[in-house]
Design a protein around this ligand. Structure first.
Ligand code: 13P
Ligand code: ZN
Length: 274
């Protein structure tokens, strides 16, 4: 029995492989973090090493003090997570102020958590608060069709949400709150982390213009499913716009959206309905 036999670590690795299989993680693109449950930390603790130095994050999430996160490494390839987990992923502990991490397992050979750890961390912080502690997963990927839409749609939550809701009937059920949109920003630091987490107070997904998508959720299935649903809707939108040369002959109406919401018992974000 090693740490790679622990159920949550196996599920985390499987999600990385699934993302790679979808084509969302060219080279080192994308990153995944998971906020571990106390009992999962205890299952893994026998395999922890002498902790590394505390490293300040440049952002603070006081409600995440003392938490442990599984994280992908900066510059590491999703393609390599399954064959070489020890060098590709790791576990970090957060200090009692909620502003620094230290490595307790993995990220062998001097690797560090993803460069987007500040964004993940701040998103965890606001989603934990918004969901009464339910949110555990933050997932960033580079799905091509979502990115393509950031070149042709206005960069607003309303435009993206409406385009996606109307691209596949299940969409309003899967993300009734809609998606946020962050304008183009330099990735990998505190500024984009704060801008994204501001939107994540309201949305469980946020598009990064000309870059990718962030999704959040309580577990791997729901979070991967959200990424998959949004990207598939974006693909349908791109296909329909391309095939129709920009002309959409018919679509799902706002009244249709309201009817779906009623039938499935979800509350749509009214700001995005006409
Ligand atoms: P990392 O390799 O540091 O995780 O960065 C990849 C990425 O997608 C940056 O936005
Ligand atoms: Zn990225």
């Amino acid at each position: 029995m090693g740490i790679l036999d622990v159920e949550i670590v196996k599920k985390y690795i499987r999600m990385c492989t699934d993302g790679w299989d979808q084509g969302w993680h060219e080279r080192n693109g994308g990153n995944l973090t998971y906020r571990m449950k106390a009992e999962e930390v205890e299952e893994c603790r026998p395999f922890f090493r002498e902790p590394g130095e505390w490293v300040n994050m440049g952002v603070t999430g006081a409600n995440l003090a003392g938490e442990y996160f599984l994280t992908t490494g900066s510059g590491k390839y999703f393609r390599n997570v399954e064959p070489d987990p020890e060098h590709s992923i790791g576990i970090v502990e957060i200090n009692d102020k909620g502003d620094a991490w230290r490595i307790v397992w993995g990220l062998e050979g001097g690797a560090k958590p993803t460069s987007e750890f500040p964004s993940h961390f701040m998103n965890h912080s606001v989603r934990v608060a918004a969901t009464n502690g339910e949110c555990r997963v933050i997932y960033h990927a580079h799905p091509a069709n979502v990115i393509a839409l950031t070149y042709v749609l206005p960069l607003t939550a309303r435009d993206f949400t409406r385009a996606l809701w109307k691209s596949a009937t299940e969409c309003p059920v899967v993300f009734p709150g809609g998606v946020g949109v962050v304008p183009w920003m330099v990735p990998g630091g505190a500024d984009i982390a704060l801008a994204t987490s501001e939107l994540m107070k309201e949305y469980d997904a946020a598009v990064w213009a000309h870059h990718g998508l962030f999704c959040s959720g309580p577990d791997f299935d729901i979070t991967f499913g959200l990424m998959h649903t949004i990207e598939k809707a974006a693909q349908i939108c791109v296909l329909a716009l391309s095939a129709g040369q920009g002309n959409i002959r018919q679509t799902i109406s706002d009244d249709n959206l309201r009817a779906i919401a009623k039938e499935f018992g979800v509350t749509l974000n009214e700001n995005f309905l006409d």
